[in-house]
Write a protein that binds this ligand. Structure first.
Ligand SMILES: [Zn+2]
Length: 273
């Protein structure tokens, strides 16, 4: 079921990790960002759209993780975009075949994989999604995954945050490729902070929609987490430990793994912290 969160902006929430698919109404159809996860949910979304006479004219994936790269035949054959780095990373990871990725990532069987990752990279530095609707500014940064992009729909006061600024997920750093994942993540939060005053609604890839009061609060909370991780400080974060929301206790395990990986990196590089 679609729920309006701002003028001309609707979301469809998945049972999988409270994932948010985002529909932006344009002049002759809709833009669909991170379409969803389970096959029946995307089919439901496709039905909701066609019942209200709306066609999907463009798609966008915020980053190259499988749960943001899906599609359903019922959504039609619109061009699907991502940043150039996002598309290149998706292509690279899928080059060994979808089944290998599904196995390695433990993708649930309700997820249809036939259209996974078929996105077109927008040329590096592209400022806006090319489509016929309200301007959607691309805020690319290096955090969480290569080519990760948040999207600012300025006319609607909406920030689509990708897998950042969640009330349930801690910042999950990209520990594979970047030189300094802590610095990269802090820079990305700085980029989002730069537009935060224009934002009334923040939509995370997973978790609850936040109002204007939540934008700076979530940036501050994520920054505190990343600082604590970098300095190996004792952590107090409501998303980790007994205060985590129902069903999200596994986030504490993610936190532990990030601590371990960072310790291994600094041992390997010979750098402190
Ligand atoms: Zn995700």
């Amino acid at each position: 079921m679609l729920r309006q969160v701002a003028e001309g902006v609707l979301i469809h929430e998945s049972e999988f990790c409270q994932s948010n698919a985002i529909v932006v109404q344009g002049w002759a159809g809709v833009l669909l960002i991170d379409p969803g996860v389970h096959g029946d949910e995307m089919a439901c979304l496709a039905n909701d759209l066609s019942d209200s006479g709306q066609t999907v004219v463009a798609g966008f994936s915020t980053h190259p993780h499988w749960d943001h790269l899906l599609w359903h035949a019922g959504l039609g054959a619109a061009p699907r975009y991502g940043t150039a780095r996002c598309a290149a990373t998706a292509e690279d990871r899928l080059s060994g075949g979808v089944d290998a990725v599904a196995k390695a990532a433990g993708i649930p069987e309700q997820v249809p994989l036939d259209l996974l990752g078929l996105i077109t990279g927008l040329p590096a530095g592209t400022a806006q999604i090319p489509w016929d609707g309200p301007q959607v500014r691309i805020l690319e940064h290096q955090a969480h995954a290569p080519g990760h992009a948040a999207l600012l729909i300025e006319e609607r006061g909406v920030l689509v945050a990708g897998d950042m600024l969640s009330d349930v997920l801690i910042p999950m750093l990209d520990l594979n490729v970047t030189a300094d994942p802590i610095e990269d993540y802090l820079a990305a939060l700085g980029l989002l902070e730069g537009v935060a005053d224009d934002v009334d609604v923040v939509i995370p890839g997973h978790g609850s929609i936040g109002g204007a009061d939540q934008v700076h609060a979530r940036i501050d909370q994520d920054r505190a987490y990343v600082h604590a991780l970098g300095d190996a400080h004792v952590l107090s974060d409501p998303r980790v430990g007994p205060s985590a929301k129902d069903g999200w206790d596994w986030v504490a395990g993610v936190h532990e793994r990030q601590l371990q990986r960072l310790a291994q990196r600094s041992e390997r590089d010979g750098t402190p912290g």
